[in-house]
Ligand binder design. Structure first.
Ligand code: MFK
Length: 554
């Protein structure tokens, strides 16, 4: 009989994740872990089993936009896929958004929420996008202090009942401005005591939302981001019809194809100013910081999925007389993927921890400053790692990794959005510099690194400690020397931000390795820290190197 290769499969995505379980034992109070562990395990089972199979069976399905009904009425209905219908129920019932606001969990609400996220989403076809935006909208409304909107929308956004839970969109991108949001052309016009919006939104996720936060310029306001206001709107009227809003088309994207991202025309849609009639970009930044945190966790859960599939296949696939797992070169390649994934995990969850502590009112000033810096750094660093690890995972399957109906190319296509949306790597590198303008941010960062390295005392961790210290020292010197030189600091911003990101991951890995050694968890953490230490941490180059950039591109 002809040979047929067994496909990769997954087990329980909670039980098989030793880093996750170590992290929880270390960071979640025992009482909370024992309360939630069975839920994590059940979701991990669903994720690696039934939902994984469903997502493969549903691979070709895509959202369908129906513009007209049979009688010529414009309806703009969007039918989502089976996985998304299932995801709506699972995510509401398990409180994927609500858990982050569970006051009873105090500073741990965000960690609990993002563990739920991490153990479910890899099989849910980018349903984390509407969850992230819903969470961001809840945070932004709360921060705005707009009592009427909070009372009206929050119970719906935080509902655990799939029949009543709302999701929110985040409509910021226009034809003129994806990164440079200040160019927004949408106009807000008074209509009696109401406001109506007129304009086109070029990328909007997800069109199935119930409400959205968006930016528009009240007529007569000055240009630029300060002249924008943040508006709240509901997409449908009481009869469920889109109100003065057209879906022009769904985007034909490289990845995240289950996510109905649309171009919209706002043709007088009624909207409510959330927090005054200016300062819209500043007012919407809580949303950006929440969704950037989700982005970092999305990167990590995607990397974890890529590694899990690669690892399973290494047992099943034989070449040159043995299973791939017996091949030293394959093992070396996979070990790099694992070390990158573990570093990214610890950075993403550090960002999550800080968010939870701040929101619970339990953070120090230094933690608040650190959070402002690590949020963009976490997003930009993990986004790039996710693409690299997904690409390596595809290669580990040889030709099968390049064949669409194996479901494997989707890993890469879906990862590729992570460094793009919610701020590209370069925009977030500039945001890192913006964050560092605030006094005390650099000291907070250095303090975090020092504390992690001081606790990493095993001599086998010296390589990690020394390389991390050297990278942070170099980054500090570079910042001091170039901060006054606008072009130079901008040119080096990505190298600088990535260096901070990789150095933070290394410090967290070393610290985690030490904990594992002390807690009798073995030497896997040690191996991850030592391997990561040997990758490039310090990416900063000198002025003459940077000067040659233009020579190359002209
Ligand atoms: C699965 C996980 C994720 C799923 C979600 C996917 C949803 C996808 C939908 C989207 O992709 S939505 C589009 C996302 N778009 C962006 O992320 C925009 C990227 N561009 C930026 O982030 C720019 O840096 C920015 C638009 C913010 C620049 O705006 P400005 O107005 O030209 O810059 P400016 O003047 O420095 O900042 C305005 C104010 O905001 C300043 O405060 P003040 O007015 O008090 O001076 C800044 O300090 C403040 N600010 C900017 N970024 C901030 C911030 N404050 C806190 N945190 C930040 N990150």
């Amino acid at each position: 009989m002809a040979f047929h290769q067994a496909a990769p499969s997954l087990g329980n995505q909670y039980d098989s994740d030793s880093l996750l379980r170590e992290y929880l034992e270390r960071n979640l109070p025992a009482e909370l872990l024992s309360r939630f562990e069975s839920e994590y395990r059940a979701l991990g089972e669903l994720n690696g089993g039934e939902l994984f199979r469903l997502s493969l069976a549903d691979l070709d399905a895509e959202p369908v936009h129906t513009v007209w009904d049979p009688w010529g009425n414009r309806i703009d209905e969007v039918e989502v896929t089976e996985v998304w219908k299932r995801a709506q129920v699972i995510c509401a019932e398990h409180g994927l958004v609500a858990a982050g606001y569970d006051a009873e969990l105090g500073a741990y609400a965000r960690v609990h929420q993002h563990i739920l996220n991490y153990v479910t989403q890899a099989s849910l076809d980018t349903y984390n996008c509407p969850l992230a935006m819903t969470d961001g909208a809840a945070r932004t409304l709360l921060d705005s202090g707009n009592r009427a909107l909070i009372d009206h929308a929050l119970p719906r956004l935080l509902s655990r009942d799939p029949t009543t839970m709302w999701t929110s969109g985040q409509w910021m991108t226009e034809r003129v401005g994806g990164s440079d949001v200040g160019q927004t052309e949408t106009i807000a016009r008074r209509d009696g005591d109401r406001w109506r919006l007129y304009g086109t939104k070029w990328f909007t996720s997800a069109t199935t939302a119930d409400m959205a936060l968006t930016l528009a310029r009240p007529e007569g306001n000055p240009p630029g981001s300060r002249g924008l206001a943040m508006f709240y709107l509901e997409l449908r009227d009481e009869d469920g019809k889109l109100q003065n809003l057209h879906i022009n088309r769904l985007k034909d994207k490289f990845g995240t194809r289950k996510l109905p991202t649309a171009e919209l025309t706002l043709d007088g849609v009624e909207a409510i100013p959330v927090a005054g009639l200016e300062g819209g970009v500043r007012n919407i930044t809580p949303m950006l910081n929440v969704t950037r945190t989700w982005n970092a966790v999305a990167a990590v859960l995607g990397m974890r999925r890529a590694v899990a599939l690669t690892r399973d296949y290494a047992d099943k696939r034989e070449a040159f007389g043995a299973a791939l797992i017996e091949k030293p070169l394959h093992v070396d390649t996979m070990a790099d993927m694992v070390a990158e994934t573990q570093g990214a995990f610890l950075l993403a969850f550090r960002v999550v921890e800080l968010l939870g502590r701040i929101e619970a009112g339990e953070s120090s000033e230094s933690e608040q400053l650190l959070s402002r810096l690590l949020t963009p750094i976490g997003k930009l660093t993990t986004g790039k790692q996710a693409v690299a690890v997904a690409s390596e995972a595809l290669e580990s399957f040889g030709g099968a990794g390049y064949v669409n109906d194996t479901g494997l190319p989707k890993l890469l296509a879906d990862a590729q959005v992570l460094p793009i949306w919610e701020g590209t790597t370069n925009v977030l590198s500039l945001d890192t510099l913006r964050a560092l303008k605030q006094e005390g941010v650099w000291d907070a960062f250095v303090g975090e690194i020092r504390a992690r390295l001081d606790a990493s005392t095993d001599p086998r961790l010296n390589v990690a400690v020394e390389r991390c210290q050297a990278a942070v020292r170099h980054a500090g010197q570079w910042l001091e020397a170039t901060l006054a030189e606008r072009d130079l600091v901008e040119a080096g911003a990505r190298r600088f931000a990535m260096t901070l990101g990789r150095a933070t991951e290394l410090a967290l890995l070393a610290n985690h390795a030490q904990w594992c050694l002390d807690a009798g968890k073995g030497e896997r953490g040690l191996a991850a820290a030592r391997r990561f230490a040997r990758s490039r941490i310090d990416l900063i180059e000198d002025e003459s190197f940077m000067d040659e950039s233009r020579l190359l591109v002209d």
